[in-house]
Design a protein around this ligand. Structure first.
Ligand code: ADP
Ligand code: ZN
Ligand code: ZN
Length: 740
């Protein structure tokens, strides 16, 4: 009997997407195993691949030998099976799905050595980088010691490297030395931190659970293997404490847990709480780690030393054995869907993962997705409710302001009379307020008042946004920046007017009305640097009073007890998006932002400015009752066959040549028409809302299918058989969340 292995090559052509058979020479028989990286002949050259199965070959003719085994196995059969499931489900190459499961930085680079080919060694973290840890979180530096205050604020969520501290707040050296002398901070080497972080853990306030929280923990602990629990708890209801005590219970059973948060940099408080509770048992995985750091965290999980992994979407693929629990916090967040290949949704992959491993999946949110709410109605998912804030604080009172009435009454400013009065009041009492405007920059677009010309991006079919600080026009899709012209490029008129409002304009308006109030702005522009989020949040937290102006970045995980007022400057931004989820998303965003108000003793209030006070999302936020919105949206989706009552996929082609994009889209549409089942529907090809992006012309076809049917295999078979589409990019997106 010939011993053979199936090897998945680490190369990109779709024609080589499937594993190939190779013979295993006697000399390698002991080291060829599933997951092993190997060197194999491909044509006349060696190529790297991974063994995905071993056994008897299908055909023996012309079978070539594996040249060498390059290292220890990197995955097991179960993980390969899940990778294959992802590839089928999302119509992507198996190697792209498998890469999710490989240790970071292990994309194989081989080097020829005396003893044959070897994988280049994995990255390791710099061993001597010094770290600073806060020992006394209760310490308040003197008012004049600004640097010391900034350092303490920056460290409340966990240790930072000296270099990170420097990047965030400038050279901290003298202030740092002073704090070290007082015993407020400690400075040490990373290696030491890695092994002792549990010992240095901050004070951890472990709450006595409320009745509702205790019932939720019990429901999770008793859930049957493979099942899903939806934790539906209002903002501030103590979902994090429920997650942590459920994780505790799982660890006591000798099993392990994975916790996903939407984006680590936006949820430093959640991560800080897990770190304080689980210390050295916790591994943290996120995109802002260096390759070496990520590799270290991965090894901590893989070796079993870390028993809890917390991270963004991709932490789902960390090598955690004996998995007992997966938690997805803020499960409604669109960031759980990956927008590049493989275009998986972490919630759906997690459901498959827990089913295969006999673990339990917890989906937590104050505003669950309609998919999850519907699944709880059908009984597929068990819903557990936390109806009130854990601290006993009341939910904030919400006021809606009809901006058409303000305009009719002669108020042409961006602040309605009720919002201005509420700000006056909070500022007079030296309190804190948060203002939400979901657009960065100063004005959304510029328009010539004489000829109507609007400056557009030269490579995208979108108008440019005016940024006051740089006095320039910026494309929010590709980053293209140009100077604001003095005169209209078309007619020469000097009357260029700026329309619409962004964060910079709100900030400027606050400064001009209340010159003495500290204003902190949080958007993609102010947080671009590493540590930027932490720095901005710390600045607001440390300010004795003031106003935070921000985009949807401020909607998540911000738990500041002293915010009394939340003003939603323009509730309407997302309502008119050409997206069947526009109403759902608007509601989620408004609700999450509102939830930042009144988390402590002082009652909170929310003022919502809108031109559409009757919009179902606005009404649901004002009443605090989403049932009408959910029922209405679900009825509409049922009617139209949208998720969860049907499945969608989007096939997008893009090309620098307009005619190539057009003809490729036509060809693909006819191919699909010939191959999809009769009860599927094809819409298009049409031009998407953004017809040109980053210099590429775009066409798309939307596929609609009955609920529950797999789309991937049909799409893959129809679209990847090597039809010549030179110069055209093709993207298949199953269960798309973005169709612009
Ligand atoms: P959520 O994640 O549901 O928005 P959090 O977990 O952030 O809520 O909790 C909100 C606040 O309530 C936090 O400051 C937390 O420390 C506090 N908290 C949580 N559980 C309890 C409890 N059982 N008793 C008192 N306070 C609690
Ligand atoms: Zn003009
Ligand atoms: Zn652009």
């Amino acid at each position: 009997m010939l011993f053979a292995a199936q090897v998945l090559l680490d190369v990109t052509p779709r024609s080589l997407a499937r594993p190939l058979d190779y013979a295993v020479p006697q000399s390698l028989a002991d080291s060829v195993a599933i997951g092993a990286p190997v060197l194999v002949p491909l044509g006349s050259r060696p190529a790297v691949g991974y063994v995905v199965s071993v056994g008897e070959p299908q055909v023996t003719d012309g079978l070539r030998d594996i040249v060498d085994v390059l290292g220890d196995p990197l995955f097991d059969e179960a993980r390969w099976n899940l990778a294959s499931w992802i590839a089928r489900e999302y119509a992507c190459r198996p190697i792209d799905a498998l890469r999710l499961f490989l240790p970071p930085g292990s994309s194989p680079k081989v080097a020829k050595r005396e003893d044959g080919w070897r994988l280049k060694p994995p990255p390791t973290s710099p061993a001597t980088e010094r770290l600073v840890e806060l020992l006394d979180p209760g310490y308040r530096p003197p008012a004049a010691a600004h640097r010391q205050r900034a350092i303490v604020a920056a460290l409340v969520n966990g240790p930072l490297r000296v270099s990170e501290l420097r990047a965030a707040i400038g050279p901290p050296d003298a202030a740092l030395a002073a704090l070290q002398k007082k015993g407020v901070v400690a400075i040490f080497e990373q290696r030491r931190w890695r092994s002792v972080s549990g010992g240095l853990a901050r004070e951890d306030r472990r709450h006595t659970l409320t009745k509702a929280q205790a019932e939720a923990v019990e429901a999770i602990v008793k859930a049957s293997p493979g099942s899903v629990v939806l934790l539906d708890g209002v903002t501030g209801s103590g979902k994090t404490e429920v997650y942590m005590q459920a994780v505790d219970a799982v660890l006591r059973q000798g099993r392990r847990a994975i916790v996903l948060v939407p984006e680590i940099s936006l949820t430093p408080q959640t991560v800080g709480r897990f770190r304080a509770r689980f210390g050295a048992q916790l591994a943290v995985l996120h995109s802002r780690l260096s390759d070496g750091e990520r590799y270290d965290q991965w090894q901590l999980a893989s070796s079993g030393e870390a028993r809890v992994v917390i991270g963004a979407r991709s932490a789902l693929f960390a090598p955690v054995r004996d998995l007992g629990l997966v938690v997805i916090d803020e499960e409604h967040e669109p960031s759980y869907k990956q927008s590049s290949e493989p275009r998986y949704h972490a919630r759906d992959v997690a459901r498959e993962l827990v089913r295969r491993q006999g673990a339990v999946l917890v989906l937590g949110s104050a505003t669950p997705s309609l998919e999850s709410l519907h699944a709880s109605e059908t009984g597929e998912v068990r819903r557990v409710v936390l109806p009130a804030r854990a601290t006993g604080a009341p939910m904030p009172a919400v006021t809606v302001v009809d901006m058409t009435q303000e305009f009719a009454d002669g108020n042409r400013t961006m602040f309605s009379r009720p919002l201005a009065a509420a700000l006056d009041d909070v500022i007079a009492r030296r309190g804190k307020a948060v203002l939400f405007i979901n657009r960065r920059g100063f004005a959304s677009f510029v328009l010539c008042r004489e000829c109507g010309f609007v400056p557009h991006c030269e490579s995208c079919s979108v108008s440019l946004t005016y940024h006051e600080d740089r006095s320039s026009l910026v494309c929010h899709h590709c980053g293209h920046t140009e100077a604001l012209p003095q005169r209209c490029p078309r007619c020469g008129s000097p009357y260029l007017r700026r329309f619409g409002t962004g964060t910079q304009r709100v900030e400027a308006e606050i400064v001009s009305r209340w010159p003495d109030v500290p204003v902190v702005r949080m958007d993609a522009d102010t947080t671009a640097r590493k540590g930027g989020h932490e720095r901005v949040l710390a600045e607001f937290e440390q300010a004795p009073f003031g106003v935070l102006v921000g985009t949807q970045m401020i909607a998540k995980g911000l738990d500041y007890p002293d915010v009394e007022l939340v003003g939603i400057v323009d509730a309407d931004t997302g309502m008119h998006m050409p997206d069947f989820r526009a109403t759902e998303r608007t509601f989620q965003l408004l609700m999450q932002v509102s939830g930042r108000a009144g988390r402590a003793a002082r009652p909170g209030r929310v003022v919502v400015q809108t031109y559409w006070p009757d919009h179902p999302a606005v009404r649901a936020v004002v009443s605090g009752d989403r049932s009408a919105l959910v029922a209405g949206e679900l009825a509409e989706r049922r009617e139209l066959g949208y998720p969860p009552f049907g499945r969608l996929a989007r096939v997008l082609v893009a090309s620098p040549s307009r005619s190539a994009a057009l003809s490729a889209a036509d060809e693909i549409a006819s191919r699909l028409a010939a191959s999809v089942p009769a009860d599927w529907m094809l819409l298009g090809p049409t031009e998407p809302a953004i017809g040109r992006l980053k210099g590429l012309y775009r066409r798309h076809i939307v596929v609609k299918a009955p609920p529950g049917v797999p789309l991937g295999p049909t799409l893959w078979a129809a679209l990847t058989d090597g039809a010549a589409r030179t110069g055209v990019r093709l993207a298949i997106d199953v269960d798309p969340y973005e169709m612009l």
